[in-house]
Ligand binder design. Structure first.
Ligand code: FMN
Length: 138
């Protein structure tokens, strides 16, 4: 049984190498657990989608929560799924607001990208569109 968990958190104490470091360990660890997903960092806010087996997603999420590089985590959406969206990404990085302005704004009720204020359906649509049209960094 698979789930998709979407959460937001605020970046803190983030050094220049941190995002690279987060992606590297995500890809290494998530692959072992067959967890896939995508991560965006925009406007100082992380937005991450994690999908995979329920206990695996829970394990990864609880591990991430202990990370001191972010704070104020909030689960925004949690649902059972029958198929993955990010089949080819153990963790894809979505390019920031400057590169994806139109896409971010399309799903954001405010001028600044604010996932905390987005509804679950809007988040779902956002990630669906991200899959097909967003600029990816790696
Ligand atoms: C916003 C954010 C998202 C993260 N996402 C993941 C993830 O999907 N998978 C993962 O293993 N680690 C993720 N991390 C990193 C973990 O918190 C932790 O630093 C890392 O897994 C340690 O890996 P290691 O024990 O292999 O060195 C994330 C960290 C942050 C701040």
């Amino acid at each position: 049984m698979m789930i998709r968990l979407i959460y937001a958190s605020r970046a803190v104490n983030l050094g220049p190498a941190d995002v690279k470091d987060i992606l590297a360990s995500s890809r290494r660890n998530n692959q072992k657990l067959a967890v896939t997903g995508a991560l965006s960092l925009s406007n100082g806010i992380f937005l991450q989608c994690l999908e995979g087996e329920r206990s695996a997603v829970n394990a990864v999420y609880h591990h991430i929560l202990r990370d001191k590089r972010h704070t104020k985590p909030e689960v925004l959406s949690l649902e059972e799924i029958t198929q993955r969206q990010f089949t080819s990404w153990n963790m894809g990085l979505i390019a920031s607001t400057t590169e994806n302005t139109v896409l971010f704004l399309k799903y954001s009720p405010t001028a600044e990208f604010d996932p905390y204020g987005m509804s679950a359906p809007a988040l779902k649509e956002f990630f669906t569109e991200v899959m097909s049209s967003a600029r990816w960094l790696s």
